[in-house]
Every structure is written in structure tokens, then in C-alpha cells.
Design a protein around this ligand. Sequence first.
Ligand code: NAD
Length: 256
Amino acid sequence: MFKLTDKVAVVTGAGSGIGEMIAYRFAEAGALVYVAEMKPESGQAVVEKIKSQGGRAEYVEVDVASESSCQAVAREVLSKGDKRCDILVNNAGIGHVGTVLTTTGEDLDRLYNVNVKGVLYMTQAFLPSMIERQAGAIVNLASIGGIIGIRDRLAYCATKFAVVGITKCVALDHADSKVRVNCICPGRVETPFVQARIQEYPDPKQAYEDMASTQALKRMGRPEEIAAAALYLASDEAAFVTGSALIIDGGWSAGK
Ligand SMILES: NC(=O)c1ccc[n+]([C@@H]2O[C@H](COP(=O)([O-])OP(=O)(O)OC[C@H]3O[C@@H](n4cnc5c(N)ncnc54)[C@H](O)[C@@H]3O)[C@@H](O)[C@H]2O)c1
């Protein structure tokens, strides 16, 4: 397994689903993990679980859609203990079901503020310290919806295409500073996020089956299958990987 011995990692949206699993895997790999989450109860619960298993973790409250909140988290992390952040995982994200005819400007703004500006603000908050140290790894959670279109997901796809674009631009702009930037593009992964989308359909059971069968492997992914990729991209084993959009979609896009 990949090691993150003595690394300091910040994982946004780490109170649930994929981010939660990334926090567990990073802590198991030896990192001090800052669980950056807007829901204190779920964030604290993840911290307690990591500590009960002998790992190191701290909770920091953040709303990634707020620039001042992201700056405050960076000030807190960069003034404590090791005074550094080696790894930033921009995982926090939200979804929406709708076509161009049913998506309002407000819907798009809401998703854009979290999914796109969240990545922008957190990166702006932590990147200067990485540049100063000439080291760092950033992993963004995009989606297969950032590579191909998905029916009924207009706002979501618009924001995730943007995350792939931001990933590639930051990777290019800061390669000389030895900061690596990559993103992961999962297919459907069974998390509370997907459960919430399923409940928006008239027949949730049918919706679950339809969503599972979108993948060539005919099942949804598991959070640990995405966390494994985040661990690799964050580790020194991925020293030659930057600007990549790693597709982990059970073959969903293979025939597209
Ligand atoms: N689950 C999937 O099928 C899937 C597929 C592709 C991509 N993704 C992406 O992976 C990421 C994680 O998804 P998930 O399924 O684990 O979601 P989730 O809903 O289970 O967890 C997301 C976490 O982010 C937190 N969060 C939301 N808005 C926030 C904000 N403004 N500031 C701080 N924290 C905030 C939530 O409180 C929650 O704990 C998202 O970016 C999502 O778009 C998920």
C-alpha cells in the first residue's frame, strides 16, 4: 500500500462518503488528516474514528463556498504543529438533477459556488505555502460527468467539466514549483450523495438499478475504490503524474 508517512493532509467534505473514506485511508497510510467539513458532527465523528484506530486527525470547520472560510482554515492548519500542508484533497461537492429547461440560474450558482469556487478558494488558500516549500499534491474530485455528458445533470456536469479544466490549468501553471495537481473522475459510487439523488426520482428502487447498470461492470463503485486512487495520487509514487484526470467509472465511459 502507498505510504503518506508524516505527511499533513487536508480533505474537504470528509464527513461523509468518498471524503470520509479518503480520510481513513490517508490516516492509515501515516498522514495527519485535517477533516475539513461544514457539518461539525459528522466531521468530529470521522476524527474520533481515526483516533480510535490509532491514527492522527483534527476537525476544522469549513464552508468551501466561502473564500474567508477557506482562508481561515488555511491560517489554522498552517499555524499549527508542522505548519504545513503537503496534500490538499478538494472533495466537497453537491449535486442537482435537471435539464437545461428545468435548471435555474440559482441552481447553477449553488452548484458552482461549492463545486467550482470551492476548489478555487481552497487551492488559493493552500497553494502559496506549497509553492514556498516547492512541494505539494492536490487531488480534486471531479466526476465522469466532467468528461462526458450525463442526462438530467446539466448543472453538475457544467461544474465538473470546470473542475477538470481547473485541475489541468493549475497543474501547468505550478509544475515548476513541484506542486502536482490531478483529479479523479468517478462513475457512480454508493454514498449518501447518490442516495439523495435517487430519492429525487419517482421510483427510487428503479433509479438505483438504472444507475448501477450505467457502469459496464453493472454495479456502483465503493468509496474505498476511489480513496485508493486518491492515496496513490497524493503519494510520492505518483511523482511523475500531474494534470491527469483519472477515470474510475466501472467502464461507464469506455464505449463513448
Ligand atoms: N458518489 C458519487 O457517485 C460521485 C461520483 C462522481 C463524483 N463524485 C464527487 O465526489 C465528491 C464526494 O461525493 P460523495 O458522494 O462522497 O458526497 P457526500 O454527499 O456523501 O459527501 C460530501 C460531503 O461534503 C460536505 N460538503 C458539502 N458542501 C460543503 C461545503 N460547502 N463545504 C464543506 N463541506 C461541504 C458534506 O457535508 C458532505 O459531508 C463530490 O465532489 C462529488 O461530486 C461523487
